[in-house]
Each structure stands twice: as C-alpha cells, then as structure tokens.
Design a protein around this ligand. Structure first.
Ligand code: 5BU
Length: 264
C-alpha cells in the first residue's frame, strides 16, 4: 500500500502544502467523518433543510448552485455560510470550470453566484491547459479565507474520456500550483506519495449500481481502499424513500471504518 494512503488525516495536516487541505483534514479529524454530501435538490428550502439536518455528519457539502430554482445570493448563500460556521463544514461548489483563464476568472468571481466569495472548494476540467488554474487562482486574490481547487482527473460516468494519458497529464498540471490545487476528483489514488493530493470520489452508493443515465456506483469500501480520502454521496442519502439522517450516519460510519482499516 502506498505510504500516503496509510498516513492518518492528523499526520497529513502537518505536512500538506495547501492551507485549504489542512483545514479540510482538520475538520475531518475533529468530526470523524470523510463524508461529503452532494446537495442536488431543486429548491433552497430543500437545500437548507438538508444542510441543517446533515451538518453534524459531514466534513463538506457539495453544491450545484445553478440548479436551485429559487436562488438568490441572500437567501441561499448567506444562510448556507452561516450553517457552515455553525456545524463546521466546508462548501464545495461543483462548478466544473472548463474555459480559458480569463473567462473562468470572471465566472468564478462575478455574476449572480460569485462562487469564490463563499465556496471553499471548486473544481475544473484540465482540458483547457494551465491557464485555467492560473485564471482561477487569480480570482482568489482578494479573498482572505482559504480556497482550493480540485482537477477532474477521472469521472464516475460510464464511457468517461478522462482516462489514461488524460489522467496522467491532469496530475502533471496539478503540480503547477500545489498550494491552490490540492487534489482531484478521481476514482483512484493519484500522484506520488510525498505529494499527498486529496482524492474526492463521487459515484459512491451502497444500494444501487447506477441511475440509468450513465452514473456508476461503487461501494464505500471499494472507493476508500482504492485511495479515496473523501466519499461524495447524493441520492444514496436523500433519494426517494430514504431517510437522510439514517443514511448519512450509515455512509459516515462506512467511510470512517474504511479509513481506519486503511491507516491501521
Ligand atoms: P449521486 O446522486 O450520488 O449520483 O450524485 C453524484 C454527484 O457527484 C452529482 O452532483 C454529480 O454532478 C457529481 N459527480 C459525479 O457523479 N461524477 C463525477 O465524475 C463528477 C461529479 Br466529476
């Protein structure tokens, strides 16, 4: 087993090059959870309701801010940020930026969402090349709080083109700015042991194999033993007929036990 994967979250806090990653690892160690819940719901009432109920069980909530039908900055972002302080979780806007540096800088900082102001973490495709990292990093210039970027190195969906050499080159790109680019959305451990990239993994589900639209689910044990540091779960927790608190505890326990087995 690679030595990074065998290091505890506490050990990794000390040496990690990214201030945001240090904060995330500290949150995980304190709350004993490596669960990130993906809040893919339709309204702000559902979003804030889940954030309030599930706040104690997660290290992080992931949002798609452009899918809430009644979005306003004041009624969505401000209460979500207040909840993140109340329950000590980070916010990850799954924006998947994919344009030239100058454009992504504007998309990150302005418009109605102003993502950089409130999302501790965001992500980007490597497709456009190094300028996308430089542009997003430039967008953090006036922000006092920690900010971090994940590159999409692999995807969970069937037939994804982010494989092989594309994944290898994405890892190479992340090495450009390790204070900001602290890890990957991926299905496997990536990078060298001493680089300690954080791997966040979607496509995790204990009861389903897929969603009929290309999503593919792996078990928690499979993801974490393969090198995932944080499991991302959406419908497995709040899908139809499920009790979100029961399921969040189940995924949190499964994720934490899988992590403990890895660091043993
Ligand atoms: P689900 O309900 O657990 O299937 O939701 C998964 C979430 O993770 C959803 O918000 C996707 O947009 C997101 N996702 C993914 O499923 N697979 C990927 O490779 C990436 C993101 Br990148």
């Amino acid at each position: 087993m690679a030595s990074t994967t065998a290091k505890s979250y506490e050990q990794r806090i000390v040496t990690h090059p990214s201030p945001l990653a240090k904060r995330l690892l500290k949150t995980m160690a304190e709350k004993k959870t490596n669960l990130c819940v993906s809040l893919d719901v339709q309204t702000k009432e559902q979003l804030l309701g889940l954030a309030e109920t599930l706040g104690p069980y997660v290290c992080c909530f992931k949002t798609h801010v452009d899918i809430y039908s009644d979005f306003t900055y004041e009624s969505v972002v401000e209460p979500l940020v207040a909840l993140s302080q109340k329950f000590n979780f980070l916010i990850f806007e799954d924006r998947k930026f994919a344009d030239i540096g100058s454009t992504v800088k504007s998309q990150y900082t302005s418009g109605i969402y102003q993502i950089v102001k409130w999302a501790h973490i965001t992500n980007a495709h490597a497709l456009p090349g190094p300028g996308i990292i430089d542009g997003l990093y430039a967008g953090t210039k006036d922000i006092a709080d920690e900010r971090g970027l994940l590159l999409l190195a692999e995807m969970s969906s069937e037939g994804s083109l982010a494989t092989g050499d594309y994944t290898v080159q994405t890892v190479e790109l992340a090495r450009r700015n390790k204070e900001f680019t602290f890890g990957f959305i991926a299905q496997n451990r990536l990078g060298n042991d001493d680089e300690d990239f954080i791997i966040m993994t979607p496509g995790v589900g204990l009861d389903d194999k897929g969603d009929g639209l290309g999503q593919q689910y792996r078990t928690v044990d499979d993801a974490v033993s393969g090198g995932s540091d944080i499991i991302i779960v959406g419908r497995g927790i709040f899908g139809k007929g499920r009790d979100p608190i029961t399921e969040a505890k189940r995924y949190r326990d499964a994720g934490w036990n899988a992590y403990l087995s890895r660091v043993k």
